[in-house]
Design a protein around this ligand. Structure first.
Ligand code: LLP
Length: 862
């Protein structure tokens, strides 16, 4: 191949797993050739040692069992050469000699640092040498170069001897001739080692763990490369560690500062040090998956749009806190200087800082010398001279990363609430407004991340709908996602458009969907009785349809009860529940008079109105002490909730009821709406059964409603089968009671859409808004709960969604917004019929005439 002058480099880095198998080397050759062709580039391949080799070399550096370990490494490389069809002695013979000589080196006795660096360097020297030989054998025109001839270690002020040899930084600014000299190497493709550099005394230094990424970045920087690509065995950086949070989103585009913060605070995929050199030179980086090169990966560059919001949440374990107590510190000059001087002396860098009048607490960067030496003891002894020291180990730092953290605090209430339950040692907010960190005990952090991640999405703090930054979820990439079925309204488009010719806004309800949901629940064997919570949607046709499907009805007011019997005069009152909250006495009297099943949730009513309840059969609603739900405003359990009898007062209730000759025949709990946690209902069922046994007269256990539906485009349908299995397990333990449910949302939400017409399209300060004739008076959920509803332009359903709009209503409230940054056809225009999906539950039933705008009309589709 002829090397053209001035061709710019693309640097490709491959880690241990990517260089340890023959087929992976084929991939390396293929990718390099593709880059040369597609990008008109020369390619520099930077490689790590074969997987496990650096660990083995580190063990050699510790000094024990050296000869055996050296021979094992020789064998390992021989075996791999055989795999690659290479003659090991010819390719690696010389390097085996060097390795053996290092094993017998007199410096080994004292574990000299320069000797260790040389030992550690052998892994990359061997992998790059055999890789070059293999690629040549496959017909690639590839040269090999020694990274130490190009990367010079620099010594930073205050760096320890150890880090100046075994965790070095390299020169980032070079003379003008560097690029030319490097380009003078004859082949278009070159292979070199990650991790190693030239010490200023001419011998070897290494870059520390993760050093290969950093080497690639240094080369990218020095060569002013087109791009540095880090090829690994994961698809890129995620909004959380996918092993802990399967719903984590791939981050497809980041700027350097955010990527730096994410890498520093947890993501193992890219070493934090590697961002600096590329950022310095403005060289774009990409993290890509060797096994799945078609995935978008994570791209990092300075042109990435700055999007406010949390991009990632991470957890770092093994955090060490040093708490320093000093009585005389307040306003005393130089205390902090004294303290930090001592950290410097021990080569320790401080990460987070919290301070009070008499206490300073810092966390230490988890560095290698922290684990490999007894530096903490020495530091403590030193600090004791000026203050009282407490070292708190085994902490976890949970960090939210993203731009504009300070202006997002109002969206983080759920996150704060979650931490409120734990012992928080330290909260720190970075001065660059990019991160917010909570330090808690490691054990307390277990299981928190999935919850926090979901909370960030629900609250809108993590704007996952921004497709320029957030890619698919991990589960989706892994093929574990159950797709959302096509919504009914796609097939009914022309009917809906015709309906929208009438006055808008108007709701349309698809009865076949209501029936389908009803039948899904009816098919669950463990459930004995089903009621529909009519507050979700009390349209007569929906009530009729559900009663015809065998559902009873659950009401919360006299108004709802009267509505039920007006719509269904023949309805058996035994199939109607009355579960009010703080209702007036007359409503209880009327309900009991109608013969429906009344649920009571406090003792005071028995004391105050004994005559109303004397001799009746009642159900008892209990607050089991916990709540859940899609928003704090729909959580109906726990201390702060107004619902249910406190569990601690059940005995009191039972006693008062007995005195009045009341039979408690049912116990009930409904602890929240839109609950995603499967364990929620199992727990309720089990707890209620416990109370039922204590009470003795109970026949029915009602575990409420609360089933969620997939509002978001990439939410998964609720896993009914899994839910049913959970219920069946509990039923097997408590078979004596009839299991009852009373969902609302699940039955009707997806069956309903809100149709409206666009009124105006207006641009203001860079934001385009499309106004609808429906506002928060027609559908209050977005304004009230920050709820997400899919919005489409039904008129232009087939047009590309190539515009971004805020969708707003006509109400004089700033919360009158249906969605921010909604993707719609750019040509969306006044008069277009717009559809808000999944609006069948708590849409019309919560609508108002606020601003004296008329209530929406309603249609039913069979
Ligand atoms: N049972 C009782 C006693 C309830 O209070 C509720 C709802 C349900 C059953 C039905 O819950 P579902 O299955 O629909 O989650 N407006 C809010 C929801 C408020 C729920 C009130 N109680 C929203 O639009 O999300």
């Amino acid at each position: 191949m002829v090397v053209a002058q001035g061709q710019r480099w693309v640097v490709l880095k491959f880690g241990g797993t990517s260089v340890s198998r023959r087929n992976r080397w084929d991939t390396i050759g293929r990718l390099a050739a593709k880059r040369m062709a597609d990008d008109d580039a020369r390619v520099l391949v930077v490689v790590s040692a074969l997987s496990g080799v650096t660990n083995a070399l580190t063990a050699i550096c510790a000094g024990d069992g050296i000869p055996a370990r050296v021979e094992a490494l020789v064998e390992r490389h021989r075996a791999f050469c055989a795999d690659l069809g290479l003659d090991a002695d010819r390719v690696l013979g010389e390097r085996f000699g060097v390795l053996r000589a290092l094993g017998a080196d007199p410096r080994a006795g004292a574990l000299a640092l320069d000797w260790q660096a040389e030992v550690l360097a052998q892994g990359e020297l061997m992998s790059s040498t055999l890789g070059a030989a293999y690629l040549r054998a496959q017909g690639h025109d590839v040269g090999w170069c020694d990274a130490r001839d190009w990367l010079d270690a620099v010594s930073l002020p205050n760096a320890s001897e150890w880090s100046q040899r075994l965790s070095v930084n390299c020169q980032r600014d070079v003379d003008a001739g560097f690029g030319e000299r490097f380009a003078a190497q004859p082949t278009a493709m070159l292979i070199t080692q990650g991790f190693i550099a030239r010490h200023r005394d001419g011998s070897t230094a290494v870059l520390g763990r993760g050093g290969s990424d950093t080497s690639a970045a240094y080369f990218g920087c020095l060569l002013k490369a087109q791009r540095v690509e880090i090829w690994t065995d994961v698809p890129g950086m995620f909004s959380a560690n996918p092993r802990e949070v399967p719903d984590a989103r791939l981050l497809t585009r980041l700027d350097y500062a955010e990527a730096q913060e994410i890498a520093t605070t947890g993501a193992k995929v890219l070493h934090p040090r590697s961002l600096g050199p590329c950022r310095h030179a403005g060289v774009p980086m990409a993290i890509l998956d060797t096994e799945r090169p078609e995935l978008p990966g994570t791209r990092i560059d300075s042109a990435a749009a700055t999007l406010p919001g949390v991009k990632a949440i991470s957890r770092r374990n093994g955090i060490v806190l040093v708490s320093m107590e000093s009585v005389g510190m307040w306003q005393s000059v130089g205390f902090l200087a004294d303290v930090f001087e001592r950290f410097r002396r021990h080569g320790l860098s401080v990460d987070l800082i919290g301070s009070a009048e008499t206490n300073v607490t810092v966390s230490l960067d988890p560095s290698e010398n922290l684990v490999s030496t007894n530096v903490l003891e020495a530091l403590s002894a030193d600090l004791e001279e000026i203050c009282r020291v407490r070292v708190i180990v085994s902490c976890a730092a949970i960090t939210l990363v993203g731009r504009g953290m300070r202006s997002m605090l109002h969206k983080l209430s759920g996150v704060w609430a979650a931490f409120g339950k734990e012992r928080v040692h330290l909260i720190s907010q970075s001065s660059n407004d990019l991160n917010l960190t909570f330090v808690i005990d490691e054990a307390d952090a277990d299981g928190m991340l999935p919850f926090l991640h979901a909370e960030l999405i629900d609250s809108g703090a993590m704007p996952v709908h921004e497709t320029g930054v957030f890619g698919p979820r991990w589960r989706e990439i892994e093929g574990q996602l159950r797709p959302k079925p096509t919504p009914w309204w796609i097939g009914e488009r022309s009917r809906l458009l015709a309906l929208a010719d009438g006055p808008t806004p108007r709701y349309a309800y698809h009865l076949p969907t209501v029936r389908e949901r009803a039948r899904q629940l009816a098919a669950i064997e463990a459930i004995d009785r089903r009621y529909y919570a009519i507050k979700a949607n009390s349209h007569p046709e929906i009530l009729k349809a559900l009663v015809a499907e065998g559902f009873g009805l659950e009401c919360v007011s006299l108004g709802e009860l009267r509505h039920v019997f007006a719509v269904l005069p023949a309805m058996d009152p035994a199939r109607v529940l009355f579960t009010p909250s703080f209702a007036p006495r007359e409503e209880y009297e009327a309900a009991l008079g109608m013969g429906v099943t009344v649920t009571l949730d406090n003792v005071e009513a028995l004391h105050n109105w004994p005559d109303v309840f004397r001799g009746r059969r009642l159900w008892l609603r209990i607050d089991l002490g916990f709540g859940d739900g899609h928003h704090e405003k729909v959580t109906t359990g726990g201390k702060t909730s107004k619902f249910g009898l406190a569990a601690g007062r059940v005995d009191e209730f039972v006693e008062a009821a007995r005195a009045l000759g009341i039979g408690i025949v049912g116990v009930h709990a409904h602890l929240g709406s839109g609950v995603e946690t499967r364990a929620h209902w199992r727990q309720m069922y089990d707890d209620l059964a416990g109370f039922a046994r204590r009470i003795g007269t109970v026949e029915v256990l009602d575990i409420g409603g609360g089933l969620p539906i997939p509002y978001g485009a990439d939410d998964e349908p609720f896993d009914l089968r899994d839910w049913a299995e959970g219920l069946a397990e509990v039923k097997a333990i408590h078979p004596a009671f009839q299991l009852t449910i009373e969902p609302g949302r699940f039955l009707v939400a997806e069956a309903g859409v809100l149709l409206s017409r666009a009124t105006q399209v207006v641009e203001k300060d860079g934001i385009r808004r499309v106004g609808l004739d429906a506002g928060m008076n027609a559908l209050v959920r977005p304004a009230l709960y920050d709820a997400w509803h899919e919005i489409v332009n039904l008129q232009r359903l087939d047009a590309a969604k190539d515009g971004v709009f805020d969708v707003v209503g006509p109400i004089c409230e700033s919360s009158d917004v249906f969605g921010h940054r909604v993707q719609l056809p750019a040509g969306t225009a006044p008069g277009d019929v717009m559809l808000v999906a999944d609006a069948g539950a708590y849409g019309m039933s919560m609508a108002s005439t606020y601003n004296l705008r008329a209530l929406p009309a309603e249609d039913v589709i069979e």
